[in-house]
Design a protein around this ligand. Sequence first.
Ligand SMILES: *Cc1c(COP(=O)(O)O)cnc(C)c1O
Length: 412
Amino acid sequence: MNDLEPLHPTIAAFPIAGGSLLLGGIPLDQIAERVGETPFFAYDRRLISDRVALLRRHLPKAVALHYAIKANPMPALVQYLAGLVDGFDVASAGEMRVALDTALGPSVISFAGPGKTDKELVQAIAAGITIDIESPNEMRRIAEHARKAGKSPRVGVRINPDFEVKGSGMRMGGGAQQFGIDAEEVPATLRELRALGLEFAGFHIFAGSQNLRADILQEAQERAIELALSLAQHAACPMRYLNIGGGFGVPYFPKDSPLDLPAVGKNLADVIEHRLAPRFPDTRVIVELGRYIVSEAGVYVAKVVDRKTSRGQIFLVTDGGLHHQLAASGNFGQVIRRNYPVAIGNRMNERPSEIVNIVGRLCTPLDLLAYKVELPKAEIGDLVVVFQSGAYGLTASPVNFLSHPLPQEILV
Ligand SMILES: *Cc1c(COP(=O)(O)O)cnc(C)c1O
């Protein structure tokens, strides 16, 4: 064992017994038996709880922690998280239903996202959740529906900041965007909001996702808070919440190092204490996270159904593929294709002995789950595990492509 290469930190987070990966304390082959078929996704409760505990330890006490349901909307997982986080962020009526089915009340559910339909707005107003507006037209439609329903919804303004966050895997603020209201238009929007009789509840600033650099996140948080301070003076009522987004990244690839969470937490505590609290002592700061909470707790498991050699390269052909785990194939927003951490889940004690390509069963060369990775020799029937599959896995994949059945998902 001693001469084995150190495992990727994401793989090392899972215990091993008798050569098998354990999920929720259960050996992988037993989970596969219980599920009854491959491929499947499995999410480990303990790793999710550990991650939330880590966030609680390092983020300031006063900060509310919200889960962005789009990262993984599996109802059992969202129910589980309802007992751990302070609120949910939803981006559709479907996600709103999942959130409203939990014990967390509507007051801590907020709805952001461009293109909300009238039907969704009517449902959100009826449910009493907070709506973050993405445009002036959306604000006017909310006012109209609220008037018809005789309700007074809590409305937040999503700001498209006048700064950019470098180093994000996906930039969602700064420059021209479909998200939010340009910072310079916010004062006029707040005036109109008041004239329309809507109740201003707070600001939402989400600048980008998948950031592993603490220094950049710290700067983004500082700038978001400064921007909110300067714009809040244009609001008629006090800013009850300030959602500063999240963007905390996870290490997908071999050279990625985990985010320095203690540094981010400490800096945020300083900025809140010295900048925000003196002027807005009652404003609740919200951090909303998706992948940071669930990505590392999830695996995608597929069975090897064929092994073949083509011009010197070994291919492990699995019963899974990019129709379930698009991101691992490199086709979900990545510029350069890199391998997600993978393992042969029933040969965790064996030494890597061959270089293989792991492919899915779709008729496209894009369906590559791992390229030239060194693994123990796998046989037909072995279980390939793709890590970092707890977020943006199944629901971010083209599941109907090639008409294969949907995989199961379990929370263990
Ligand atoms: C997608 C999204 C998130 C979650 O992003 P992660 O990178 O998964 O943490 C948070 N807030 C908003 C507004 C989003 O659209």
